[in-house]
Ligand binder design. Structure first.
Ligand code: SF4
Length: 295
């Protein structure tokens, strides 16, 4: 059996940055909070809690504390509530997300109704919507394009969606719009990870996707792979059984942008253990990486 890891697996730049900001802020401080999870990895959120970084669900719960704004941003109304309650905000919003928020604000100020292609319940999308006081619409799939006509329309994507979804949705919108202004807000980290994962899925009998079930970019990787080969989405290694992997010759691994390296290492070691291979690694750098490009 051969196990290979997709290039660009695990923490992206925005997640690394958010964790670094949070850990620096927590150094020597007692009351540090995030509103919602800092990143979409339950295991990493638990790890952060050991550094005194706790999570609150509701901005009204927080008073006179230090609050880290998570990588995918918070809504303007949540921000207002936090500031009104005397909290100090430290902004760990990913620059790609801040840029998308800026585009929403700009489009709205120029009178464009704004369409966001993404998941309407995702915190990043909820935060983006708050930057527009005018007409907004969230479209989750091309089939959701309404039968309506706009003189002008601004379109953006949730940063972790994929290009095929953006292209297909825009092509369905075009007949409904006189003037369409598009910002491609899919982040580079997401695009290159999806390409590397697709390349590996094409040569694998089984793809194991490692990452939070609440992580949009991880779920997107699982959806991409399941259209190509047999796919398993796990958060931790102990979810993998011998039965699931025993008859596979080539297993591909990939991980979402908020998945810490140690979870990837655990999965690699577990597969080896379940298949009677004594190889173990202690670092993700020791796992063979797939170098083949997608064709
Ligand atoms: S996935 Fe992209 S937008 Fe999200 S935190 Fe990472 S770099 Fe930023």
């Amino acid at each position: 059996m051969e196990i290979r890891l997709a290039q660009h697996s695990g923490f992206c730049f925005g997640v690394k940055r958010a964790i670094q900001i949070a850990l620096e802020a927590s150094d020597g401080q007692q009351d540090i909070f995030t509103l919602g999870p800092l990143i979409h990895s339950p295991q990493m959120v638990e790890e952060l809690s050991r550094h005194g970084i706790r999570m609150a669900e509701n901005p009204a719960e927080l008073h006179n504390s230090t609050v880290i704004v998570r990588s995918h941003g918070i809504s303007l109304s949540d921000k207002e509530t936090l500031l009104k309650n005397g909290n100090v905000l430290i902004d760990a919003t990913c620059p790609y997300v801040s840029k998308a928020q800026e585009h929403v604000r700009q489009l709205c100020s120029e009178g464009y109704p704004v369409v966001i292609i993404g998941d309407r319940d995702h915190p990043e999308v909820i935060a983006m919507l708050s930057y527009c006081g005018g007409e907004t619409l969230v479209i989750g799939s091309p089939d959701e394009v309404p039968d309506k006509f706009w003189q002008k329309l601004g379109v953006l994507s949730q940063t972790t969606k994929n290009m095929a979804l953006l292209q297909e949705t825009v092509s369905r919108l075009l007949p409904h719009v006189k003037e369409l202004r598009l910002f491609n807000t899919i982040c580079t980290a997401t695009s290159i990870r999806q390409e590397a994962t697709t390349a590996l899925a094409k040569i694998s009998d089984l793809m194991i996707i490692i990452g939070g079930r609440n992580s949009s970019n991880t779920r997107m990787l699982a959806a991409l792979c399941s259209g190509i080969t047999k796919t398993l989405h796990v958060e931790t290694a102990d979810e993998i059984s011998e039965e699931q992997i025993s008859s596979q010759h080539r297993i591909g691994l990939t991980a979402g942008a908020s998945t810490p390296d140690y979870l990837i290492v655990d999965v690699y070691n577990r597969i080896n253990k379940l298949t009677g291979n004594r190889t173990t690694v202690t670092s993700v750098e020791d796992i063979p990486v797939n170098k083949e490009e997608s064709c």
